[in-house]
Each structure stands twice: as C-alpha cells, then as structure tokens.
Design a protein around this ligand. Structure first.
Ligand code: GLV
Ligand code: MG
Length: 343
C-alpha cells in the first residue's frame, strides 16, 4: 500500500502517561503528534499508559495532525503488548507507529508482521498504519540502508541523538551540542547525512531528533535551520515554546518559494514552447537540475501552506506540485500523496 505524504516539520513528543500533556497537545500547531510509551514513561507507569494513549486517540480532536504512538523497543518485554493493546483499541485512529532503537531490518519486519496480524484480527485496513524507525545507536546506523528497505510501511527514518551519543561513547551530557574538546566541526554531521541518504534512497522522509535544552531557543533555531538546509523534513519538539521556531525553520521562506515557482514556469516554457533545455531566468542559467531543486522547495512550501503572492494569494489551497500523488513533482525522494491532512 502506498503511504500518503505527510508534512512532518514538527513532531511533538507527548508522554503517554500524562493526561495534562495529552490534553494540551491537541491545541498546538504541530504537523505530527506522537504519544510516547517509551522513554518518557516510567516502567511502572507503562501498563496504564497504553489505555490512556488509546483513549486519547479515540477521543479525537487532532485535526489534520498525523497521529503516532511510540512503542517500546523490541528488546523490552513491553513492545508486543504496546502494539496489540493500542492497535486493537484505537488502530482506526492511529496513522503511524514510531519504533525506537531500531538496530537492524528484523526489528522493522517484526513490527510489520505483528501489525498485519492485529489489523486482520481487529478488522482494520491491512497495511494502513505506517512505521517511523528511529536510528539511535551504532548498530542501527551501520544497518541503515537495510532498515530503510525493510517494509513498505516505512514512512520516515528519525535520528535519535541522545541514545546515539550514549551508544557511540560520545563524552557529553548536552544532547545535540558539540562535545567539549571536539575540533572536527559538526559532531552529528555523519549520522545526519547517513540517515538522510538512506531515507531518500527509499523515498522516505528524514526527521531530526529533539533539542533537549528547552529554553535554548537560539540553539534550537540553529540546529533546526542546519537540518532543514541539509534536506531534513522536520524535527521533534518537546515543548510548546519550540513549535513556532521549528515550523518556521522547515518552511521555505516566501522569496525562495516564489523564485522556485518562477523557475518551474520558466523551465516549462523553455522546454515546452521554445524546445530549449536551458534558458536564462534573470541572470541565472536554469536547466533540468534547476527544475529538480525548484521542485523540492515548491513541494515543501506548498505542504507548509505557502502560496504565490503570500498567504491568501491566488494559488493558496492548491495541491502540491503535480497534484496529489505525483511522483514527478515529489520533493527529493518523498512520496507526495496528499499535502495537508488526510482526514
Ligand atoms: C530520542 O529518542 C533520542 O534518543 O534522542
Ligand atoms: Mg531515544
């Protein structure tokens, strides 16, 4: 089954054991919300968190947000019950399962098979629930190409910096910050780019992990801008104060968006009407490669609600480039289904 395109500029983590946070999350302007059964929930609270998460999904009110649940990893005694209890009770109101600490393709296959069994038993549409795989240890990064190819349910790879730092022995307690004494530039560049390449090679989204220092908005802004510039689709957020900064970082600015639309128009006119493969636009030569770059910006811009002439401009409300489902206009490696909500 082809998974729909989902904007994921902001993916909000909500502890599944906290009724207050579950209630508050509905009102935040995030693209995805994931109700956490893993590290934000204490071991003793895990059994009660499952029905609380299922009830929150069934209660609705999530608007066009993608509704996700992060289960516990496959090495724990909790993982199978997380899937069975949540999907049986609320599978129709769940879009994606986030699988943490994915160390190899067998982890994803396990979840794919179990989901199929529960979907059949519960009378749910087979294969509709997607998977996001968190790459957050050395084994996962070493196997990331095989992981990205492990299941047709996969929609995204997610970098988990905190667990990753611990796994490789990085000597730092500040998640996402450069480790003291490191002189090699960006200590996270390799895992970020490695994950991004593996994701794109299979048409998946790539999501950056959390910035734990909640009040460090400048650091968050820098980290989000850097991941967005590299090509990432979005980033986790942990607090309402992080939402606007991250949404903004992953939305192209209006000027770049307008320029990208102009490039598509000029290139279409050059190749269609004038039958030329390269043409001048202002003082820049544009060709097929320029068109591909422009399509990435246009698709991300439209998914973020941008329109020509600004919000409310003549193109607002238009579907993504090429229309829903167009592979031709898919931003680098993404499957472009229905920009905006599917519900
Ligand atoms: C997220 O799960 C992380 O480990 O950073
Ligand atoms: Mg983690």
């Amino acid at each position: 089954m082809t998974q729909p395109y989902r904007p994921r500029r902001t993916c909000l983590a909500v502890p599944g054991s906290s009724p207050r946070f579950l209630a508050k999350a509905r009102g935040l302007a995030v693209d995805e919300v994931f109700l956490d059964l893993e590290d934000a929930v204490a071991p003793a609270a895990k059994p009660e968190a499952r029905p609380a998460v299922a009830a929150a999904l069934n209660a609705g009110g999530w608007g066009s947000k993608t509704r996700a649940v992060r289960i516990n990893d496959v090495a724990t005694p909790w993982a199978y019950r997380d899937v069975i209890e949540v999907v049986e009770a609320a599978g129709a109101n769940l879009d994606v399962i986030v699988l943490p600490k994915v160390a190899g393709p067998d982890h994803v296959r396990w979840l794919d098979l179990l989901l199929g069994q529960v979907e059949q038993a519960a009378g749910l549409e087979l294969g509709r629930i997607g998977i996001e795989a968190q790459i957050e240890d050395a084994s996962g990064l070493a196997a990331v190409d095989d992981i990205a190819a492990a299941s047709g349910r996969l929609e995204a790879l997610v970098f988990g910096p905190a667990d990753f730092m611990a796994s490789i022995g990085m000597r730092s307690l500040q998640v996402g910050a450069e480790p003291d004494g490191y002189t090699g530039g960006d200590a996270y560049h390799y895992p970020r780019l490695r994950i991004l390449v593996a994701a794109r090679s299979r048409g998946l989204a790539a999501i950056d992990g959390p910035h734990l220092a909640i009040h460090d908005i400048d650091g968050l802004r820098r980290g989000a801008a850097s991941a967005a510039a590299l090509g990432y689709d979005g980033k986790w957020v942990l607090h309402p104060g992080q939402v606007d900064v991250v949404n903004l970082a992953f939305s192209p600015d209006q000027a770049s968006y307008e320029r990208a639309e102009q490039i598509l128009d000029a290139y279409a006119a050059a190749t269609g009407v004038q039958r030329r493969g390269a043409v001048m636009l202002g003082d820049e030569m544009i060709d097929e490669a320029s068109r591909k770059l422009a399509m990435v910006i246009v698709a991300k811009g439209r998914a973020a609600g941008l329109a020509r002439g600004g919000p409310g401009g003549p193109d607002s409300g238009r579907p993504g480039p090429g229309g829903p489902g167009s592979a031709e206009h898919t931003p680098a490696g993404q499957r472009l289904g229905q920009p905006g909500g599917q519900r």
